[in-house]
Design a protein around this ligand. Structure first.
Ligand code: ARG
Ligand code: ZN
Length: 882
């Protein structure tokens, strides 16, 4: 850091702003050399801050070249205002006044992609969280909400399209080739929702009629040449609009909704009022260039940003500690939407897998924080899996506790109370509790306590008394700054299977009659006992159905019972989960064997269990494709006290090869049944069949025999859908096939005109577990298609290696660590947000052995010792070293 150690901002220090801004009039003069921003703010003292009378006006502003300041139309004398690196302060301001500032900025030099910047020659903005202060002087915090009018002037030939929030109210042309457009947004909003786009763009247009009959014009803007890749995004948008009306009674509130896709974007997308800006990755798709996961990702991110219009924009956050108020809730909403559009079970499995690998790792590392953090150095470091995905699990638990109707009542009350306001997570929970009568006071710990709770479940069947007892104990591990934890309110949904595999009707001690076959148990204390009565025979327990809480469960369920659950559980999630627990147990046992130098052997009973799922795969191909995947290397790591990336990789590959060899005819037959040339569709069923087919090919390719190789090459050369092409490319990239290099080179030649496809090509090579992966990645850094300034390229190549290739990244020599530190230091001066995002693996160093810890620490020490480090990277590096 230039100016010493950056300071932490704390929730407990929150105070309402001394001044409020009601109106904003912005005039942008966009230029190649310089852009001028003239801002006129209608400001008044905040009545909620009685002490504000004597206070100066303090505006945030960074990297702004201030040209002039005027108050109520009169220039402010130089001795009445102060400019620092972060602020403009004006003394002796009246109670109510207008302030006009003129600043100059250089968007073309903005490589941080925060504020106003250029992507492929077009102007665009990203203001969340604190980017607006890089555009103009403002009170840059979400509890300051204003009405915006924005006039954009730019050269017409270069920037024919001029967009901002709200409605286009006027436009015109100047004699000199410039033109202008004026936009007005009738809804007061925090400045993080401001957006501006100016460029040479084409658009697709469609319409949506809302339930009250409002006709909304929908437009998706893309760079010329991409017009053929927006249909799926447009369909997804219309489906989202319909879904929010049907499920929540929420209607869109303007006559126009615009989306712009840009190639340079730090995150996925941004919900700016009526002008969403997206990473092209979450808009552009056609079967030839996008995988099924891309199609699903687009559907969910388009929905996510659209849903923010109510959960985020109409009701926003009081301060950035409340980020999960909008993000957790909106992720929950997009997950539910995707579940309704596709397969609910498969969606839940995918979401839980993501949570358990990425969020559980975060919760066990140096950056662990509560869903509502209580302090941060750089807010951009808190757009995390914890705030987003664990936050969504917290909302899901409220949904489980209240039931769908109670939850809907809570949402209605939340909007009734808070529409147009900037509020807190407590306000949300209060609306839920008040509308339903459910006591959520202990539940609120989920917002305050970090760490993944551990549940242990002990079972006891009493044959004589015909009772079945579950003893559930919870502990919440210590996390940075939170050594001692209180017991949480954990909703645990359970079922009991009888000997025939059917669910038993459930009656708890004290109940008059059985009620249902899945029961919600409230675990509130450190230990709770639940006793079921009238249980005719020893049942098999199905615990935490649907993953009803984001916890780790250890239960005394035998391997035989898990196999039984895999075949019989009526809860699809737990049918999958049983296979994961069993697979995890076996693989972790093999890890111990490997570490002790014992011979590896995969139990035949496990092979048989997998074989049974495989032979039943056609009943639900999408489900089978998930159930047949072994627990991932990252997930296995989260189950170990000391992660051993090498042993995990060796053992998992051993298991894959063994399953491939022993079930070879079944993999082959299943592959062949689903490899036929069906016409392409993105319906859940078609996606499921492709996933199953490619999984079969993955197993076959683990053997790398002639037949597998020829099937894989056949698929690579014959497929038209990118899902199939990239799957076969990935298997080849992992292999020693003689055709490997030629195929990889050919793929690049074929697709070098499509940046998003080139990203996949980088990713496949970065994640190859061949021993030469790092060498290849290092070469690819110099490839003409690699661009360090483009976040998607960085995420694909550097991120792919650091996060998606544990065995090579954690190479015992420390070469992976040195590589990552080099790249972080190279990125930091250009784009601190992206640089800090790359640091994830370092923040988990304590999970590894002493030698690896020392190697990672050495790199972190090198990083923190670097002068001029951004607060973003400084925060992650210093916390990782603590
Ligand atoms: N609100 C956006 C979303 O979740 C994310 C924007 C985050 N941007 C950032 N620079 N941290 O849809
Ligand atoms: Zn969001």
């Amino acid at each position: 850091m230039d100016k010493g150690t950056p300071k932490a901002i704390r929730l407990q220090d929150y105070r309402p702003p001394a001044h409020l801004i009601d109106t904003v009039d912005l005039q942008f003069e966009l230029g190649e050399e310089v852009t001028t921003v003239r801002s006129t703010l209608g400001i008044r003292r905040n009545p909620d801050r009685p002490d504000a009378a004597g206070l100066p006006l303090t505006l945030d502003g960074q990297r702004l070249d201030l040209v002039s300041v005027a108050l109520d139309g009169t220039p402010v004398a130089p001795d009445r205002y102060t400019v620092t690196a972060d602020h403009l302060t004006v003394d002796q301001v009246p109670e109510c006044f207008s302030l006009e500032t003129v600043v100059r900025i250089k968007p073309q030099e903005n490589t941080a992609l925060e504020g106003l910047y250029k992507s492929s020659g077009n102007f665009c903005t990203q203001c969340e969280a604190e980017g607006f202060r890089k555009i103009t002087y403002f009170i840059d915090r979400p509890d300051v909400m204003a009405r915006y009018a924005t006039t954009i002037t730019a050269e017409k030939a270069r920037y024919p399209v001029l967009l901002s929030n709200g409605n286009l109210v006027a436009s015109g042309e100047h004699e000199d080739g410039r033109h202008w457009a004026r936009w007005e947004d009738p809804f007061p909003k925090p400045c993080y929702l401001f957006a501006l786009v100016a460029g040479n763009l084409r658009h697709a247009e469609d319409h949506f009629r809302t339930f009250s009959g409002r006709e909304v014009t929908l437009r998706i803007y893309v760079e010329p040449g991409n017009e053929d890749k927006v249909d799926h995004a447009m369909r997804s948008l219309k489906k989202s609009m319909r879904w929010d009306e049907e499920v929540y009674g929420l209607e869109y509130d303007l006559d126009i909704f615009n989306i712009v896709a840009v190639g340079d974007f730090n995150m996925g997308a941004m919900e700016n009022k009526s002008l969403n800006v997206f990473n092209t990755k979450y808009i552009l798709a056609k079967p030839e260039t996008a995988t099924d996961n891309d199609f699903l990702g687009i559907e969910s991110v388009v929905a996510h940003e659209y849903f923010h219009n109510w959960t985020g924009n109409r009701v926003t956050c009081r301060d950035w500690f409340q980020l999960s108020l909008k993000e957790g809730l909106t992720v929950f909403r997009d997950q539910e939407f995707s579940s309704d559009m596709n397969s609910r079970a498969v969606k839940r499995i995918a979401d839980v897998q993501g949570l358990r690998t990425v969020q559980f790792q975060e919760d066990a590392g140096a950056m662990a924080h509560p869903v509502r953090p209580d302090s941060y150095v750089e807010i951009n470091n808190f757009y995390t899996p914890t705030v987003y995905n664990k936050g969504a699990e917290v909302i899901r638990m409220i949904h489980t506790l209240l039931g769908p109707e109670g939850f809907r009542k809570g949402m209605d009350l939340y909007f009734q109370r808070h529409d147009g306001q900037a509020v807190t997570c407590d306000d949300f929970v209060a609306a839920m509790a008040d509308a339903s009568g459910v006591d959520l006071s202990q539940f609120q710990l989920w917002y305050r306590q970090a760490g993944t709770p551990d549940l242990s479940v002990a079972t006891a069947y009493d044959e004589a008394a015909r009772t079945y007892r579950l003893t559930i104990r919870q502990t919440v591990p210590p996390t940075p700054g939170q050594p001692d934890k209180q017991p949480m309110h954990i909703p645990v949904v359970v079922g009991l299977l009888g000997p025939d595999g059917a669910d038993l009707p459930l009656r708890l001690t004290g109940e008059a009659a059985p009620a249902g076959t899945s029961r919600l148990l409230h675990v509130r204390k450190a230990e709770e006992v639940f006793e079921f009565v009238d249980v005719p025979a020893r049942p098999v327990p199905s615990i935490l159905r649907g993953f009803s809480a984001p916890v780790k469960v250890k239960a005394d369920v035998s391997d035989a019972d898990l196999t039984f659950l895999m075949a019989n559980d009526s809860d699809a999630f737990n049918r999958w989960e049983a296979g994961q627990i069993l697979g995890g147990r076996i693989l972790l046992g093999l890890v111990a064997d490997q570490q002790a130098g014992r011979l590896l052997d995969l139990p035949q009973s496990y092979v048989d269990a997998v074989g049974a799922v495989l032979r039943d795969a056609d009943a639900d191909p999408a489900f089978a494709a998930q159930a047949l995947v072994l627990p991932t290397e990252a997930y296995l790591g989260t189950q170990m006290d000391v992660v051993d990336p090498e042993a995990i990789h060796t053992v998992r590959e051993f298991a894959r090869k063994t399953l491939a060899a022993r079930l070879r005819p079944d993999w082959l037959a299943t592959y062949r049944r689903h490899a036929g040339n069906q016409s392409f569709s993105v319906e859940a069923d078609a996606i499921g069949r492709r996933a199953l087919k490619n999984l079969c090919l993955a197993y076959l390719m683990a053997l790398e025999d002639e037949e597998a190789l020829s099937l894989c090459l056949g698929q690579y050369h014959g497929a038209t859908a990118m899902t199939d092409v990239i799957a076969s490319l990935q298997f080849l990239s992992n292999s020693n096939a003689p055709q490997r290099d030629e195929v990889l080179a050919g793929f690049y030649e074929r697709w070098k005109g499509e940046p998003l496809v080139v990203d996949k090509w980088f990713g496949v090579q970065a994640m190859s577990y061949r021993p030469d992966a790092l060498e290849r990645v290092t070469e690819l850094l110099k490839h003409p298609a690699f661009e360090i300034r483009n976040p998607n390229k960085v995420y694909a190549l550097i991120g792919g290696f650091a996060n998606g290739n544990p065995v090579r990244f954690h190479d015992a020599t420390g070469s992976g660590y040195r590589f990552l530190a080099d790249q972080v230091l190279r990125l930091d001066p250009m784009n601190p947000q992206v640089a800090a995002r790359m640091m994830g693996p370092f923040s988990r160093l304590r999970r590894y052995d002493a030698a690896r810890q020392a190697l990672m620490k050495a790199q972190l020490e090198r990083i923190v010792a670097t002068p001029g480090l951004s607060p973003d990277v400084f925060e992650v590096a210093s916390k990782s070293l603590e």
